[in-house]
Ligand binder design. Structure first.
Ligand code: NAD
Length: 486
């Protein structure tokens, strides 16, 4: 365990993300010894708070996970300054405190800036951090930002240019918290530590790939944000395409971040950007309607708080991606994500080809060989095989090899713990590079354009169902079916 030394400044320090995820994550790093004496955290947001009150808030955000005897020592590293992003004076206050803490805690000028607030402010903050001298230190300066990174390619480019005033690409850590998930990182291990698997990882042996990020919840209280975003921007452009690129990229020379990024970018570049007139055949938008048996509890999306009653925002997307790389040419890569589906399920399904003659009895029940990597709600790896039915005769039956299915603790801020730790160590492997972001937006923008040309009638699936019928038809046309959600 190596102790990290840094000043972490959190813009939006009173917000939901900071309270629910960031403080518990920082605490876990402290409890494990990755942060000890030489760190400090500045929380900054609009409201007026004393350091003491701020520390109380931090203490209560970690109460359920913390060892009581540690809490006071931990929160003594936290400081608060109220701040108005557009006011130059605010940055002077932050600069003075930063320099003071740098001396008190021997922070070597190492600074991490976490932007946990609305992206509309990012531009201004980046410019001020530079102009007011907050990034002029001897140590490292790193910027961590959450999604959404832009609204489309043009706005993402604009944001990137703005951040570029103060930070170069190597200093920008664009969080995709899916990449911090244990099982997503396990994808590389499953592939690259098992030559047997990697040998089969191509279009000779794989029939189709399915990536599912299904949510049971609706938009909850995020209707206002979500209605301007939708599933394609909120989930596809970032999480789905990141998982797809990690899953299907070529074997990197090393596990070095530059090598992995290069391979991910190559994979993303190999994905076909569909012609406008075929977008609707390949990508299915959906929006949830009320649940027919309990419409009060499970309302239609259009009846949710802060959602327009005529909204055409998609709460679901299914699609078929194709790649023109040698390795994946001809293999459909199906993706789906949506809200208010029957189950919460995040998984990756690799279905292998079955083009051998069937030698076994007619009574055989057979499954396609399938590798399932479940990311949530449980973490497990399952391989489906066919074995002989015991006894006389030569019939087969399906069986499966499965790792222990460990339930993922819903409240565990594991992913944020990892991303903050990686940033402190300067390891950007599991963050999105600008090239990846740009390529992903290019694809998402095209899909929107295609959808706009011939809009689908929404809503088109019931709350609590498996999604729109059109998503099943998408696979049926290729002779495939979705791996069940439940
Ligand atoms: P929030 O509304 O709970 O918090 C916003 C914070 O910004 C508050 O601390 C507020 O005081 C501060 N703020 C607002 N205007 C300000 C101003 N003019 N000057 C100074 N401070 C100001 O938001 P959140 O849910 O914490 O989300 C923060 C960011 O993270 C957003 O970009 C969001 O999209 C993203 N995000 C959040 C989550 C989550 O779980 N909450 C998940 C993924 C991404």
């Amino acid at each position: 365990i190596t102790e990290e030394t840094a000043l972490i400044t959190i813009f939006g320090g009173t917000g939901d993300l900071a309270n629910r995820k960031l403080y518990p994550a920082i605490y876990r790093l402290y409890a494990k010894g990755f942060l000890k004496e030489n760190f400090a955290v500045i929380g900054t947001a609009r409201r007026q708070l004393t350091d003491a009150l701020f520390r109380e808030r931090v203490a209560s955000s970690i109460a359920s996970i913390a060892d009581k005897s540690h809490i006071q020592a931990f929160v003594s590293h936290f400081y608060y300054r109220s701040h108005d992003v557009t006011n130059k004076e605010s940055y002077k206050v932050l600069l003075d405190l930063s320099n003071e803490l740098d001396t008190t805690y021997h922070l070597k000028g190492n600074r991490v800036f976490f932007l946990a607030m609305a992206p509309t402010f990012f531009n201004e903050i980046a410019i001020r951090l530079k102009s007011e001298g907050l990034v002029a230190t001897k140590g490292y300066q790193r910027l961590m930002i959450e999604k959404p990174f832009g609204h489309d390619l043009a706005s993402a480019q604009e944001l990137n240019d703005a951040l570029g005033h103060a930070f170069n690409e190597n200093q920008i850590y664009r969080i995709d918290h899916y990449l911090g998930k244990e099982m997503v990182q396990n994808v590389s291990a499953i592939r690259f530590a098992n030559p047997m698997i990697e040998a089969l990882w191509n279009n000779r042996h794989i029939s189709n790939v399915q990536v599912t990020l299904a949510e049971e919840l609706g938009v909850e209280e995020r209707g206002g944000y979500y209605d301007n975003s939708g599933a394609l921007r909120d989930m596809f452009q970032n999480h789905i395409l990141q998982v797809v690129s990690l899953l299907l990229m070529d074997f990197p020379l090393t596990l070095d971040k530059a090598e992995i990024r290069a391979e991910k970018v190559r994979l993303l570049r190999s994905l076909d950007v569909p012609e406008l007139d075929v977008v609707n055949n390949l990508f299915v938008p959906g929006q949830y309607d009320a649940n027919p048996t309990d419409p009060q509890t499970f309302k239609a999306y259009r009846s949710e708080e802060n959602v327009s009653p005529t909204s055409t925002t998609e709460t679901y997307v299914a699609g078929k991606l194709t790649s023109h790389s040698d390795r994946w040419n001809g293999v459909p890569i199906y993706i789906r994500t949506g809200k208010r589906l029957s189950n919460k399920k995040t998984n990756i399904v690799i279905e292998f080809k079955n083009d051998r003659p069937d030698l076994f009895d007619d009574s055989s029940e057979k499954v396609a060989n399938t590798l399932v990597i479940e990311i949530a709600p449980n973490e497990s790896i399952t391989l489906k095989l066919n074995v002989k039915v015991p006894g006389l005769g030569l019939a087969t039956q399906p069986t499966q090899l499965q790792t222990a299915a460990d339930a993922v603790d819903q409240n565990a801020p594991e992913a944020y713990e990892k991303v903050i730790h990686d940033c402190l160590r300067g390891d950007a492997t599991y963050f999105s590079h600008w090239d990846e972001v740009a390529l992903s937006w290019q694809l998402a923008d095209r899909i929107y354009e295609g959808w706009k040309l011939s809009p689908t009638e929404l809503p088109n699936y019931d709350s609590g169902s498996a999604g729109p019928i059109a998503a099943d038809e998408l696979l049926a046309r290729d002779g495939h079916t979705w791996y069940p959600l439940s």
